[in-house]
Design a protein around this ligand. Structure first.
Ligand code: GLU
Length: 468
């Protein structure tokens, strides 16, 4: 069975790159009818940091990624790690090392002076016929694994191809500290093996850890999983995406008014492609995703593309969905009579749900002030009379107005009879209805607001001479 996992360290928020890794792992598991597991890498912490965990769970639930089985917390698995460390010690594949931190610091300094990479000198590595030094008193040992001394360690990577490391590059590294606590690469390898993970999909910042993890798999006699190391996401300048480039916290995108399906669509394409298709539903992603097609070079974050995708998903969302989104942003239009027409009008021009909310509010709230630049440009001496006649026109036809087209049908002849240019009538109406000249189509707005409200707003604007 295919089993993948996402293994975040609880840092306080879910990084956008982490979500991409999670998505790829999720898609591959779902495509194969396998399992997608969640593991929290919290060994560094004395206790769970609840807020940091919630940040991960909140982000998962917002985007709708569902994991299988129980969440695995590394902080609760010390006994399991101890069991495997004991096994390696018993089978002679690991050994105690009594070198002190001071001695190691000294060795490290010497290597630095010789301009060599530091490697543990194997003082305590047992070997046939070798006499080990006497065990010093009062020193708690660390546990080191016997790493291979010759040959190569090859990572067969689905994205990068075969990546070879000389065995000499990996020394007898520590798998348990003098406190007894297991080290990072050890616990990752033990977890992946004992959780039955078949495919490890993760950022390529972990590629350099992989040979060590392979040494552990081999020492334990575990099957080595398939690896897919994904290139990092870069900013426009080709540097690793960081907080300085804007939002890296997944939930910031929610706050900015990005829909989760747009974010997932954006992320799936950030480093993976299927022909030149840009729009993918989650089901299509599941059907088409294959780690083999992950780009081997880094991808760059393109905010315009995210906004383009988001406006696509906003346009294709139905009224109920967008009404819910607006409600979560604090604007409730559930009981507004013409909510579908209002949403349909505003969603055409919105790249984010926060913009959508703004245009909805611009229409629903009677203006408190009139944009002075627009007033100066479009409100002339003759405007008040023209608007009064327009109000009369609306009054006369009130009973027969049922659609935006009905309003258009009576307005067009009015424009011709009064010899008006479009901006001469539409901009004053926009200003009267919303206080702005950038508002959407006038006929739609009048229909949405209703004739009475429209008349009210126009009369108020005229009475105040377009002043706040
Ligand atoms: N905990 C690691 C991280 O957050 C991921 C480890 C892994 O995927 O093997 O970067």
């Amino acid at each position: 069975m295919i089993a993948t996992r996402f293994a975040p360290s609880p840092t306080g928020y879910l990084h956008i790159g982490g979500l991409r890794t999670a998505l790829y792992s999720y898609l591959w598991a779902r495509k194969n009818g396998g399992e997608f597991r969640l593991r929290i890498e919290d060994t560094d912490q004395k206790r769970h940091n609840e807020t940091a965990l919630e940040a991960i769970f909140d982000a998962f639930s917002w985007v709708g990624l569902q994991y299988d089985g129980e969440v695995v917390f590394q902080s609760g698995r010390a006994d399991i790690y101890q069991k495997y460390i004991d096994q390696l010690l018993d089978s002679g594949k690991a050994y105690y090392c009594y070198k002190t931190k001071e001695q190691l610091a000294h060795d490290r300094e010497q290597a630095r002076q010789r301009k060599q990479t530091f490697r543990y000198d194997e003082t305590w590595r047992p070997q046939l016929g070798k006499v080990l030094p006497p065990i010093p008193k009062d020193i708690k040992p660390v546990v080191r694994i016997k790493a291979p001394k010759t040959g190569q360690i090859v990572v067969h990577d689905v994205v990068k191809g075969d990546v070879s490391f000389q065995a000499g590059e990996v020394d007898d590294f520590i798998i348990a500290r003098d406190s007894g606590e297991a080290t990072y690469n050890f616990v990752v390898a033990i977890d992946d093996a004992t959780m039955g993970i078949s495919d490890v999909i993760r950022g390529d910042d972990h590629l350099s850890n992989t040979p060590k993890q392979i040494v552990i798999y081999e020492a334990m006699g575990f099957d080595i999983p398939k690896f897919a190391h994904i290139p990092m996401i870069h900013n426009k300048n080709g540097k690793k995406l960081s907080k300085r480039d804007g939002a890296v916290d997944v939930m910031d995108y929610k706050r900015q008014g990005i829909l989760p399906e747009a974010l997932l669509n954006f992320l799936v394409r950030l480093g993976w492609s299927h022909g030149d298709q840009e729009i993918f539903t989650i089901d299509e992603m599941i059907e088409l995703f294959d780690p083999k097609n992950i780009n081997s070079s880094s991808s760059s974050f393109n905010e315009e593309k995210l906004l383009w995708l988001n406006s696509h998903y906003i346009k294709h969302s139905d009224t109920d969905r967008l009404v819910d989104e607006l409600k979560s942003l604090g604007t409730n239009i559930e009981n507004f009579k013409n909510k579908t027409a209002l949403i349909d009008l505003c969603k055409q021009r919105a790249s984010t749900t926060t913009q959508l909310r703004q245009s909805v509010k611009d229409i629903l709230n009677s203006p408190k002030e009139y944009e002075p630049k627009g007033v100066k440009k479009f409100i002339k001496d003759s405007t008040a009379d023209m608007l009064k006649s327009f109000v009369q026109l609306l009054k006369d036809h009130k009973e027969s107005i049922n659609t935006a087209q009905d309003i258009e049908a009576i307005t067009k002849p009015f424009i011709v009879e009064n010899d008006l240019k479009f901006p001469q009538i539409f901009q004053p109406i926009r200003l009267a209805l919303t206080g702005k000249t950038t508002a959407p189509a006038v006929y739609d707005m009048i229909y949405i607001l209703g004739v009475d409200e429209t008349i009210d707003r126009i009369q108020k604007a005229v009475a105040h001479n377009f002043e706040a």
